[in-house]
Design a protein around this ligand. Structure first.
Ligand SMILES: *[C@@H]1O[C@H](CO)[C@@H](O)[C@H](O)[C@H]1NC(C)=O
Ligand SMILES: *[C@@H]1O[C@H](CO)[C@@H](O)[C@H](O)[C@H]1NC(C)=O
Length: 479
């Protein structure tokens, strides 16, 4: 029998850690089935990919010029995850729109069988049409969130309504404490509209967590097909790989693990708000007070720039109560910078995760079976929170109700220390509710593992998608 030609697939991830790494993980899945994948990205990002993804003969990275000078950015600043102010955020965003020409040149000269583009690059749609290549979209959201967005499109929140806002027509009664900011909603709606013109959507989740009812809702309301191939984070098998995921950690994974080894099962709260959210100092201060009052042990990830207590008085007293680090030197660990998150979540000592509900972090927590205290900040995180709390019952809400347009800067509302402490106690006090939530989360953690193994739902979705791509390739050569 003739050997079948492997597929040639290009992946174009968006330039933000939460988008890029899961996107590359998905690409690896195709490589592991013998297909040829190429990631198209910029120099600094290709360095991150090469450092965090082990060499595989079918996995290549193609680098295109990043227009640092043209938009006025310093060299090497090529990702939304590395900026912390509006000016640079806009410049990076502007630069991403300028990647179109060099990428089009490359793809036009070496056309693949299929392109997988991040939905933040809507022009990939035109490119694929021009070259008559099938295109699949990846947006890093769970499908539940797309269903929520569809529901709001069909039943917009009336201008004079006050919260809670019911999302009409979803399989569960889901309400929002706050409405999405108009500008976010418009941008998302426009990008999703283009995404729906693609041949299908690739989702970094497993079918069981989104649920059959939401898969059907999505297909029914959009007429579009979704392929659940995740959780992508479960691909990272070795400890070194997990430790290196994303950027280089600021402390050795070993140091962190041996500290956790000394703690009792489910006794430690892990607090981390992802790579794009930075709280103002007064909010960090409330967190510190709540953690201390709750008596919980903790690992708390804060931005790299946050000073130590004993340097520069003014700078820091503002974000930590006086003497906090000294008093908690046994109880807690503050990590300034990028933490080995997947390893931390998988450690048996970790009993809860205070998270901004970025999908990347959420799916990592579910995969590790760790219940969440949900604290959404911006983007689509308020929808993700609902899947975790109301729909699947694997977390509790801290009560955040300020839907920001970006993840940093001053905020109008603080989440107060009492609310934070109450949420911590709900999951960490070992009561009935906590046990039930923990039990359900562990169950989903097991299902996630089964999903990616041979015969599991994500494994089978990948097989079906590969068959679909081969079918599309055939149609093209023999019309
Ligand atoms: C996902 O985000 C978390 C922080 O929220 C980070 O620790 C983790 O490494 C990220 N993973 C990827 C793949 O970006
Ligand atoms: C993916 O898997 C789920 C669960 O097995 C299934 O219901 C769904 O139809 C599959 N999707 C595709 C596109 O094959």
């Amino acid at each position: 029998m003739e050997e079948e030609q492997p597929l040639k697939i290009y992946f174009i991830p968006f330039l933000a850690a939460g988008h890029m790494i899961p996107h590359c993980d998905i690409a690896r899945l195709f490589a592991s089935r013998g297909h040829h994948v190429t990631i198209i990205t910029t120099p600094a990002n290709s360095q991150i990919i090469r450092n965090s993804i082990p060499h595989h003969p079918n996995f290549a990275v193609h680098t295109v010029h990043f227009p640092s000078q043209e938009v006025g950015l310093p060299d090497g600043l090529e990702s939304l995850s590395t900026v912390t102010d509006m000016v640079n955020l806009y410049k990076v965003y502007q630069a991403t729109t300028m990647l179109r020409d060099p990428i089009e040149d490359f793809v036009g000269n070496h056309p693949p069988d299929c392109i997988v583009g991040d939905f933040m690059f809507p022009w990939v749609d035109d490119l694929a049409n021009k070259l008559r290549i099938p295109r699949f979209a990846f947006n890093g959201f769970c499908l539940f969130t797309l269903c929520a967005i569809e529901s709001l499109k069909a039943h917009p929140i009336p201008l004079d309504a006050s919260p809670p806002f019911l999302l009409h027509g979803l399989p569960h009664p889901v309400t929002l404490k706050t409405a999405p900011p108009t500008n976010i909603k418009e941008v998302l709606d426009a990008m999703i509209e283009i995404e729906l013109r693609s041949n299908g959507l690739i989702v970094n989740n497993f079918a069981e967590l989104d649920g059959e009812e939401y898969i059907q809702y999505y297909e029914r309301t959009t007429g579009h097909k979704a392929w659940h191939l995740g959780p992508a984070c479960l691909l990272h098998r070795t400890v070194e790989e997990k430790a290196q995921r994303g950027q280089k950690s600021v402390l050795s994974a070993h140091k962190c693990m041996s500290w956790l080894d000394s703690k009792k099962q489910n006794s430690v709260v892990y607090i981390c708000f992802g790579s794009l959210c930075y709280f103002p100092d007064n909010q960090l201060y409330e967190i510190a007070c709540a953690v201390e009052a709750s008596g919980c042990e903790f690992v708390w990830v804060v931005p790299e720039k946050k000073g130590k207590e004993n340097e520069e008085e003014e700078e820091k007293q503002k974000w930590l109560p006086k003497g906090f680090e000294e008093r908690n030197s046994k109880k807690g660990m503050i990590i300034r910078g990028w933490a080995p998150q997947v390893l931390i979540l998988e450690h048996p000592a970790v009993g809860a995760f205070v998270t901004h509900c970025g999908w990347n972090s959420t799916v990592e927590a579910v995969s590790a079976g760790v219940p969440m205290i949900t604290w959404p900040v911006h983007g689509e995180q308020f929808y993700n929170e609902k899947l975790v709390s109301d729909v699947r019952g694997i977390g509790v809400e801290v009560g955040a109700d300020e839907w920001g347009t970006v993840g940093f800067g001053e905020r109008e509302k603080l989440v107060g220390r009492e609310d934070i402490e109450r949420a911590l106690r709900r999951l960490m006090d070992g009561g009935d509710e906590a046990q039930e939530i923990r039990g359900r989360t562990k169950e989903f953690g097991k299902k996630a593992r089964v999903a990616v193994q041979e015969g599991g739902s994500s494994y089978n979705n990948l097989t079906a998608l590969i068959d679909e791509l081969k079918r599309l390739r055939c149609c093209k050569t023999t019309p």
